[in-house]
Ligand binder design. Structure first.
Ligand SMILES: [Mn+2]
Length: 342
């Protein structure tokens, strides 16, 4: 029996407005169409986190801190409308009964944890029993997770996904979510195109106006975080701070918060250590493309599918990458990182 697994990450499908960085519907459609009729007994497409960009999507022009199930549902419908072609391709993919879809939950799409979001997606894609949602994917010695659980700012408890505030059930989101949606989004809305430059620390270095505006926003965030949030958190759970993790991050990396290249080796070591039995480990989140052997494991990091230009390579559009794993009779036969060519 041959099973094929495809992993892509960080597509960040939004609602087609200025904060939506996904402009590649045609590319993604043809990728999905290309794997729809595979020669296999079973084909699974894994969206390895940050698939739908609930984080950067405004809700009726606002970024509320308390994310209820209704807000998440509204955003999901907006995404269905803005990227209907992608969802049509997924519907066609799922028409074949041997095909499965797996959504790994990331930091832009924690909303996928809501029961009604999962029901709605299953209903919309018309495949009740072949769509799975989870924070981690573990099958046949393949371990996949988005990668944010190793990120000091986006890490959160897997046991407490929801919390209650003023009698309402809301998502229990990490500090990074609020820093991004309440503050950093402002930088993006003001400089939408500079924000598509990668890596971030070089973009900041080369664009003084962008850097100046970004640092004023970050300073405001830092001041409020130190002076006000410790008091706010008494009344409102969305103001809680990851002080211990923040200190550990600073001890390990100094004042480097943006360059994922600086963090990735340690994160790879951590994920390998936490999953001793995995043969293949796949992550996203870092917006890097990596394929290497690490302590007898095959480690693959898939890059983003959003519109991003590489400042270290003549501003070329970053290639769209995916991981492919072939499993024969329950064991991994082949695994690797690939570049998608349309
Ligand atoms: Mn992420």
């Amino acid at each position: 029996m041959i099973e094929k697994f495809y992993f892509i990450s960080d597509t960040e499908l939004g609602r087609g407005d200025i904060t939506d960085d996904f402009k590649d519907d045609n590319g993604l459609n043809s990728f999905i169409a290309g794997i729809t009729h595979e020669k296999s007994d079973k084909t699974t497409l894994v969206f390895n986190g940050d698939s739908i960009d609930f984080l950067k999507m405004a809700h009726q022009n606002n970024y509320p801190r308390a994310i209820t199930e209704e807000i998440s549902l509204w955003k999901l419908e907006e995404c269905f409308t803005a990227h209907s072609n992608v969802f049509d391709a997924l519907k066609k993919f799922l028409q074949d009964k041997k095909n499965h879809l797996f959504f790994v939950i990331g930091n832009h799409d924690a909303d996928l944890a809501w029961p009604k979001i999962q029901t709605r997606l299953k209903q919309f894609l018309n495949a009740e029993h072949r769509i799975t949602f989870d924070f981690k994917f573990n099958q046949h010695g393949i371990h996949a997770e988005h990668g944010h659980l190793f990120d000091a700012f986006f890490m959160h408890s897997l046991k407490k996904i929801f919390t209650t505030w003023r009698g309402r059930k809301i998502l229990n989101l990490p500090f990074g979510y609020y820093a991004s949606s309440q503050y950093l989004i402002d930088i993006k809305r003001k400089f939408p195109h500079v924000d598509q430059l990668f890596p971030k620390h070089i973009a900041l270095h080369q664009h003084p106006t962008y850097r100046k505006y970004a640092s004023s926003v970050v300073n405001k965030l830092t001041l409020r975080t130190i002076l006000k949030y410790p008091f706010y958190t008494i009344f409102n759970p969305t103001y809680k701070l990851p002080i211990g993790r923040f200190i550990r991050h600073t001890v390990r990396y100094g004042r480097e918060y943006l360059d994922d290249n600086a963090f990735i080796d340690h994160r790879i070591k951590q994920v390998c250590h936490k999953n001793p039995n995995a043969k293949v480990i796949i992550m996203g989140h870092a917006h890097l493309a990596i394929d290497r052997k690490e302590s007898n494991k095959h480690v693959i990091i898939t890059d983003t599918w959003r519109e991003e230009y590489d400042m270290e390579h003549n501003l070329e559009r970053k290639p769209r990458t995916f991981a492919k794993v072939i499993v024969e009779d329950g064991s991994v036969r082949d695994a690797g990182l690939h570049i998608f060519q349309q």
